[in-house]
Write a protein that binds this ligand. Structure first.
Ligand code: CIR
Length: 259
């Protein structure tokens, strides 16, 4: 079954993005757009059906489509991002998801960013970051427990989202920066650590059996290759200045149409 990748063009206002742990640096919007196109081309080359939404110029962070939604095999959940500036991104994303999945939603006072959610098989880990709270986790549990998922919260430090600190590289292995999230959070998984010289390398995008990393993390790429993975890389320097990485720029899911 094909994978759908929902992406969104880079907003003209990305220079006014939210920043939590990074200093603001000028973002070259033209370069950001061309890097984003390369990312989409790579996904297309890996067999994804890329569905690009038009830019939302009034929403600086809207290229990071991972945050306002979570798509599981059974349904999509419209999340409630942890910062108010990102809540205007949900409506058009919901429209794009409706043909594929029934839609549920997280309501106030819950807030949760998709960047805080790692889903591997029937396990869902949620980062205890500044963007996600217990009310949202309780709502998420209520939605997914009947579908057989298990939801576990995980401490994160020094980084925006759980997925900046750890991502799945296969059904039973995770790539982790142990200084940001403890290995013990992921019981039952085999853990591979990022190279210590590349603390932000843990955010990789798994597309079937391929793992996509950033050009700027060659040492971690080597570790992934030594672990037997097929690895591709892209340049995401401009989106990194907005505190974004690779998983944030797409919602990837099996194509099954709902209506
Ligand atoms: C934000 O602070 O919301 C954006 N500047 C970056 C979001 C990155 N998203 C992600 O890691 N999932």
């Amino acid at each position: 079954m094909s994978l759908v990748a929902i992406t969104r063009e880079v907003s003209a206002s990305i220079g006014r993005c939210e920043l939590t742990h990074l200093e603001r640096r000028p973002i070259d919007v033209t370069l950001a757009r061309s890097q984003h196109k390369q990312y989409e081309r790579l996904l297309h080359g890996l067999g994804c059906l890329v569905h690009t939404l038009p830019a939302l110029d009034e929403c600086p962070d809207s290229v990071f489509v991972e945050d306002p939604a979570l798509v599981l095999d059974e349904l999509a959940i419209i999340l409630r991002p942890g910062v108010a500036s990102r809540r205007g991104e949900s409506a058009s994303l919901e429209q794009a998801l409706r043909p594929f999945r029934p839609v549920e939603r997280i309501e106030a006072p819950g807030c949760i960013d998709g960047g805080d959610v790692i889903q591997v098989g029937k396990k869902i880990f949620v980062g205890e970051s500044s963007r996600s709270n217990a009310a949202a986790v309780a709502q998420l549990r209520e939605i997914v427990l009947p579908l057989g998922y298990e939801v576990k919260t995980v401490p994160v430090k020094g980084v925006l989202h759980l997925k900046s600190a750890a991502t799945a590289i296969s059904e039973d292995r995770l790539l982790v920066n142990p200084l940001m999230v403890p290995d013990t959070a992921f019981e039952g998984f085999e853990i591979l650590h990022v190279d210590p010289a590349e603390p932000f390398a843990a955010n990789v995008l798994r597309v079937e059996s391929t793992v996509v990393t950033q050009d700027s993390f060659p040492r971690t790429r080597e570790l992934l290759e030594q672990a037997g993975l097929s690895v591709r890389s892209v340049d995401a320097s401009e989106l990194s200045k907005a505190e974004g990485a690779l998983t944030c720029c797409s919602l990837l899911f099996k194509q099954r149409r709902f209506r």
